[in-house]
Design a protein around this ligand. Structure first.
Ligand code: SF4
Length: 464
């Protein structure tokens, strides 16, 4: 029985958690595509607003350096396949990125149209228009493989970094085996992002497209440190890429964190993403979310859309300090999520083993800019409390006899150079398990960069 299901059968009288708060048709509406795609006419009109800038700042703002003016130009001339080719050649997960990228902080923020009429080109939506259009075509193959090199590379993790790395390596003629612990590919796009952002099973369709290149074998149920080991992979393969993401979750550090109803946001989001019938998911009437990032927004909006009556997101600093973008914050408020800033959790309150509320203390900055509690407190009643205060890298699967085999950086993630090379020969890493922006697009860039470096290293070895 899942943790969520346990809550449903808990039977605590003081707690109001139940499934099926909405009518069946409301779930479909609430978890459908949040950004309806552009149709052909609107896409061409939008593409014609682009100034096709020389030295375009939007390209520099894209972690995967997609040639944005070129693909937009192709859309404007109705060459949609060509546009998709430009996008996917730079970023094989351009379809997912068009849905989940914080474009308002990347390419669209850099767009010169912002200063001209305050409205950037809708780059994300145009990118989606092109890539969706390609995927829907029967003949959508645009990549091919070079002749086989005879080299075998192990990729750990089928998330954005791993899939991106595997695709590039397979293009170069290498044979790739992806080892994935979970039953599906896609990483956070499949398991960790709000359902309404990546709707209609898109993460699986995209992964299938990537694997259709050939030369990539994916093995599920294979976790590092359990079914496979780094030493074994190094022995059996010519190179190893680690794209294993973040498996740990930060704790609040409060007593009573074990109370029923106190949940990790990422666990609930994963359950929700995999639930065929969202109406079967138990959700509290009063929900408190603790955190200030996109995961906090994703859980808060999703539980609201599951029918929670009162959802409050509490963050210990101000809105400008939240890692969730302005767009995400506004989106949460438009979904009737209440944002409560400058407050930190002090105490979890419970009855009969179940959480019933959270006591918070107001916060402020002292004269040196350090966060401190003011001593004033307030209490929010809660049937469910979601912790969304960040994830951590779990290094133990890489350890040998309790000793770190790979060098870690100051934040405890895998230390890499600019090519993703780790401290151990023949082992590269990228994505969230290394330092950098925790974004799908950044992970895709890491995977591709490492694949280019691996290919170069294998060729140098061959000719050396
Ligand atoms: Fe087009 Fe804006 Fe990029 Fe210029 S900056 S090329 S207007 S999308």
């Amino acid at each position: 029985m899942t943790r969520v299901a346990e809550l449903a059968t808990d039977g605590e009288k003081s707690v109001d958690i139940k499934a099926g708060r909405l009518r069946p048709e409301q779930y479909a509406e609430n978890f459908g595509d949040v950004h309806p795609p552009l149709d052909r006419n609107r896409a061409i009109i939008e593409a014609n607003r682009c100034l096709f800038c020389y030295d375009a700042p939007c390209i520099k703002a894209c972690p995967t350096s997609i040639d944005i003016p070129i693909f937009i130009k192709k859309i404007s001339t109705d060459n949609v396949r060509g546009a998709a080719t430009t996008i996917l050649s730079a970023n094989i997960m351009g379809g997912a990125c068009s849905r989940v990228c914080p474009v308002e902080e990347l390419c669209e923020q850099a767009c010169v149209r912002n200063t001209q009429n305050g409205q950037p080109i809708k780059i994300g939506q145009l990118q989606r228009y092109a890539t969706d259009n390609l995927f829907q075509r029967p003949n959508n193959k645009i990549f091919s493989r070079r002749p086989s090199t005879g080299k075998k590379i192990a990729v750990v993790g089928a998330g954005p970094a791993g899939l991106s790395c595997a695709h590039k390596l397979a293009q170069e003629g290498h044979s790739v085996v992806i080892f994935e612990a979970k039953p599906k590919a896609g990483g956070l796009n499949e398991y960790g992002i709000a359902a309404y952002k990546v709707a209609n099973d898109f993460a699986q369709k995209e992964a299938a497209y990537i694997l259709s290149l050939g030369g990539i074998d994916i093995r599920h149920g294979q976790a590092l440190g359990k079914q496979i080991t780094l030493a074994g992979l190094r022995k059996d393969y010519d190179a190893v890429f680690l794209g294993m993401g973040l498996a740990g979750v930060n704790a609040l550090g409060l007593e009573a964190e074990v109370l029923k109803g106190v949940e990790n946001a990422v666990d609930y989001i994963e359950t929700l993403r995999q639930a065929a019938d969202k109406g079967k998911l138990p959700v509290g009437r009063r929900v408190v979310v603790i955190g200030g990032g996109n995961t906090a927004i994703d859980i808060a909006v999703q539980v609201k859309r599951l029918g929670a009556e009162d959802v409050t997101l509490v963050y210990r600093r101000g809105a400008d300090n939240m890692s969730a973008t302005d767009w995400e914050q506004e989106f949460a408020q438009n979904n009737d999520v209440r944002l409560k800033l400058w407050a930190q959790p002090k105490k979890l309150i419970g009855a009969h083993g179940h959480v019933t509320g959270v006591e918070f203390e107001y916060t402020q900055l002292d004269g040196k800019g350090k966060l401190m509690g003011t001593g004033d407190t307030f209490t929010l009643p809660a049937d469910q409390v979601f912790k969304a205060i960040g994830q951590t890298f779990v290094a133990s699967p890489l350890q040998d006899g309790g000793r770190d085999v790979l060098q870690l950086d100051k934040k405890g993630r895998i230390a890499v150079n600019e090519d993703g090379q780790t401290s151990v020969s023949g082992v590269w890493a990228g994505g969230d398990c290394t330092e950098g922006q925790d974004l799908t697009v950044a992970a895709v860039a890491d995977g591709k960069r490492a694949a280019i470096a691996i290919d170069r290293a294998l060729k140098e070895k061959k000719h050396g």
